[in-house]
Ligand binder design. Structure first.
Ligand SMILES: NC(=O)c1ccc[n+]([C@@H]2O[C@H](COP(=O)([O-])OP(=O)(O)OC[C@H]3O[C@@H](n4cnc5c(N)ncnc54)[C@H](OP(=O)(O)O)[C@@H]3O)[C@@H](O)[C@H]2O)c1
Length: 399
């Protein structure tokens, strides 16, 4: 734990006034977190109990017995995971580090009092312990596909996950730990982020062999950062850069299916414990084919500029070089993210013998149709504007 603290740059922290006052109220207790603490005592999840207390018919107002701390709940996948957990009557603790607005949309997803936002500092071990104290399930969705001045790939994608696993182990009452990694995460990946994710998987299984690892492919959905980004760029600049020649194979997956897989793993009888699942959609696309699907949905004539890999890397390189050297934050990388370009040099599809959706009893959705319907907001002139792809004519043949 100390080693991780050192890597995370922990300093000896002064106790907050609230914790100091707790110490004066409970002078004999050494631990100021954990299910045994008087303040956090829970009849639903007594420490070390191996089953959940369930009540009701399984809907929103039932009691699923799951009290889940969902790290990363404020992100894209987070909103679907929280929604599906809350829908079955779970209590969801939502650690957030940013503004009060970051979790506002989650509050309505569960019954009154079921969604509990708790401010925390990911670099403060005590605050992590506090948000985990009452939980019996931990889901870690924290991750980032670009580095910032404050956070390296390794810290966000590896060390934080490792620290959560260590704290969950120390807690003693965490029955299920689910880590969301990435398809393609491997120590030999050309992407630093994916290498960090692989290191996290290894560290978590070392600490908690019963943890479940989910490795989703590129995730598609209303708030995704793939098709939305492409559609926005295509509308703004009337072309789409195709890095490499767009022949890299990917297996994009619908966000609702990924959330369903996480919840299915939590609901099973423990068969998914200690297992790694690769979550890819039902179809393999090349990047070019996926871009065609995007163009078809936004009803624009597809125009591409093929950007060879070395040039794409050269465009992305200045941010890499200057990120830690200039005394101000640099813009978030958009189309040209150096690490993502590296990741695109290899195909990322579900491996042959992997456990996948079918092992969790889920049939993943095809992307075409409802899952990407949100793209119609990019049609110029409104959702009904333009011809369908079957009627498509080249702009050159326009009168
Ligand atoms: N999106 C995809 O296509 C995709 C594909 C495969 C795997 N995944 C994995 O799935 C997980 C969820 O993805 P997502 O798309 O939902 O990501 P996201 O929208 O970027 O959300 C990431 C979450 O992690 C938190 N986070 C990021 N950096 C942090 C830091 N330094 N300290 C504390 N919290 C931090 C964010 O908190 P703030 O809101 O405070 O920033 C947010 O809640 C990630 O682990 C990601 O690697 C995603």
């Amino acid at each position: 734990m100390q080693a991780v603290s050192r890597r995370l740059g922990h300093q000896s922290l002064k106790l907050s006034p609230a914790i100091s006052s707790l110490k004066s109220i409970y002078p004999l207790s050494d631990h100021y977190y954990g299910a045994d603490h008087p303040r956090f005592g829970s009849t639903l999840a007594p420490k070390g109990v191996g089953h959940l207390v369930r009540k009701g018919t399984g809907g929103r107002s039932s009691v699923s017995g799951v009290i889940a701390t969902v790290f990363g709940a404020t992100g894209f996948l987070g909103r679907y995971v929280v929604q599906q957990l809350a829908k079955m009557g779970s209590q969801v603790l939502v650690p957030f580090r940013g503004s009060e607005d970051s979790h506002r949309h989650l509050k309505l997803m569960g019954d009154l009092g079921q969604i509990v936002p708790m401010q925390y500092n990911p670099r403060d071990e005590d605050s992590i312990k506090a948000v985990m104290a009452k939980a019996n399930v931990v889901v870690n969705l924290v991750g980032r596909e670009y580095e910032t001045r404050n956070y390296s790939f390794e810290e966000v994608n590896h060390h934080m996950a490792e620290q959560l696993a260590m704290i969950a182990k120390e807690h003693g009452g965490i029955m299920r730990f689910i880590q969301v990694s990435c398809l393609g995460a491997s120590p030999s990946s050309p992407s630093r982020m994916l290498r960090a994710k692989a290191a996290a998987e290894e560290a978590i299984l070392r600490e908690l062999p019963e943890a479940t690892i989910m490795k989703p492919a590129a995730i598609i959905g209303t708030e995704d950062r793939i098709l939305n980004r492409w559609a926005h760029f295509a509308r703004k600049y009337s072309f789409l850069p195709l890095i490499g020649n767009g022949s890299t194979k990917i297996q994009p997956v619908y966000v609702v299916d990924v959330a369903a897989a996480i919840v299915a793993a939590l609901k099973d009888d423990g068969t998914s414990m200690g297992k790694v699942f690769e979550l890819g959609g039902p179809e393999v696309f090349t990047v070019h084919e996926l871009a065609e699907l995007m163009y078809e949905t936004i009803r624009e004539w597809p125009r591409y500029v093929k950007v060879p890999l070395p040039i794409a890397k050269a465009v992305a390189m200045p941010r890499e070089i200057f990120l830690k050297k200039v005394p101000f934050p640099l813009p978030t990388p958009d189309m040209f993210n150096f690490d993502e370009i590296n990741a695109l040099t290899v195909d990322t599809v579900v491996s042959d013998n992997a456990l996948t959706f079918s092992d969790l009893g889920i049939v993943p959705h095809k992307l075409k149709g409802y899952p990407i319907e949100y793209l119609i907001s990019y049609r110029k002139g409104g959702p009904q504007f333009g011809s369908t792809i079957s009627e498509r004519v080249s702009p050159e043949s326009w009168p």
